[in-house]
Design a protein around this ligand. Structure first.
Ligand code: PMP
Length: 390
């Protein structure tokens, strides 16, 4: 139960164990074509151009930067944790003039501050992290993207810890470029970088004055490949990871079969159940308010007097959690991933393991308090659902 890689469904796992197909075999072409269409549906970007490339989320971040930004371009990065800082580092590496608007760990900069910052220079792009995995903080993307568009500034969203778990409407919200990776809420193994470029992002790339500072990362290499596979034609620039593409196809069929609204609602319900358990167990969230707490994961402070030994105790109870990541929180916090194909079984197993570990460390909450709180949320929801059916 770490915030990625997550456990993958059997149908996805099965694809990883099959003999690799030719990248120009008709059956593979069909799968890759379906993946490109599926990624467009997942990002809710009917006018977007997906890129599906071997690499991790960081490659997706680098591809966003090298294709959209030219040396000397002013950019604004909203930092809500470790991965916002990473975006700033990538941008600096490629010569952007980077302005950073950051919040204390657990907080988000108020929208008015972002507006004000956007007015401060003639920015080319605004970089946002939908959910920062180091703090569990979720940014409200829609108003920020609207503020950027109103000023002719591109919006780039890192959705690595959000896509498929948090509501996201790329085209409707005016997000020009969104990116993610395969190993989190999508529920596939790590190894694929996914990007969807909207019309403005592609136009900006086409109008570049300088060449893209990357060979493998250049959209110029990949655009003909993506277009060909979507048209069900073979094509080659660099060998696609055929098993991972097949695994992503299986994962996407599952997600799109469930439906985006039910998928987001399931993650929201899971997060509510976990948050009820945290309250009952006296565990404080790093995000300052539930409204800015992610549905895909929880970053939590250790209880008074406890440290990473708690995670070892939870592991002894059968559940793997993640330690702190944000430099300012590393010793004081831990993280629970709750994205991907999980249900009541995983929620209750996790809460139960944490509760037993806390009791072994001398916690005074009543045994079962966390489980009861989580169950109340899950049961209430079940009743709502059965009412819906009536
Ligand atoms: N952005 C966010 C929000 C992430 O959580 C991560 C990975 N944890 C990354 C970027 C980088 O992705 P990767 O580790 O796949 O390179």
């Amino acid at each position: 139960m770490i915030p990625g890689p997550v456990e993958v469904p059997p149908a996805v796992l099965h694809e990883m164990g099959r003999p690799p197909q030719s990248h120009v075999a008709p059956a593979f072409i069909e799968r890759f074509g379906r993946v490109i269409e599926g990624v467009r549906a997942l990002f809710r970007a009917p006018d977007g151009q997906p890129f599906v490339v071997a690499g991790s989320g960081t490659l997706a971040m680098e591809m966003a930067v090298v294709n959209l930004i030219e040396p000397g371009d002013p950019v604004l990065v909203v930092v809500t944790g470790y991965f916002g800082d990473r975006f700033a580092s990538v941008l600096e590496r490629f010569g952007a003039r980077v302005a950073i608007l950051s919040a204390e760990p657990g907080e988000v900069p108020p929208a008015a501050m972002v507006d004000e910052a956007l007015d401060g220079a003639d920015y080319r792009a605004l970089f946002l992290t939908h959910v920062d995995t180091s703090t569990g903080v979720r940014l409200d993307i829609e108003p920020l993207a609207a503020a950027a568009r109103a000023r002719g500034v591109l919006t780039v969203v890192d959705g690595v810890c959000a896509t498929a778990g948090e509501r996201f409407e790329q085209t409707a919200w005016g997000v020009d470029l969104a990116l993610t990776a395969s190993q989190k809420a999508i529920g596939a193994p790590p190894g694929l970088a996914l990007l969807v470029a909207g019309p403005q992002a592609l136009a900006t790339w086409r109008e570049r004055r300088s060449p893209v500072a990357g060979y493998y990362a250049d959209w110029g290499r990949w655009l003909p490949i993506m277009t060909a596979y979507e048209a069900r034609r073979p094509s080659y620039f660099a060998t696609p990871p055929v098993n991972l593409i097949a695994a992503l196809d299986a994962a996407l069929q599952g997600l799109l079969g469930e439906g985006m609204e039910p998928l987001w609602a399931r993650h929201a319900r899971t997060a509510r159940a976990f948050r009820a358990a945290w309250r009952a167990l006296g565990l404080a969230l790093v995000p300052a308010r539930p409204a800015i707490a992610a549905n895909t994961m929880s970053a939590l402070y250790y209880p008074e007097g406890q440290d990473s030994a708690l995670l070892a105790a939870v592991r002894d109870e059968g559940v793997a959690l993640a330690g702190g990541l944000h430099p300012a929180l590393r010793q004081r916090s831990f993280r629970v991933g709750h994205m991907g194909p999980i249900g009541a079984g995983e929620i209750l197993t996790t809460v139960g393991a944490i509760e037993r570990a806390l009791h072994r460390a001398g916690a005074s909450s009543a045994p079962g308090a966390g489980l009861t709180a989580a169950q109340q949320v899950l049961a209430a929801n079940q009743n709502e659902e059965s009412n819906d059916e009536l």
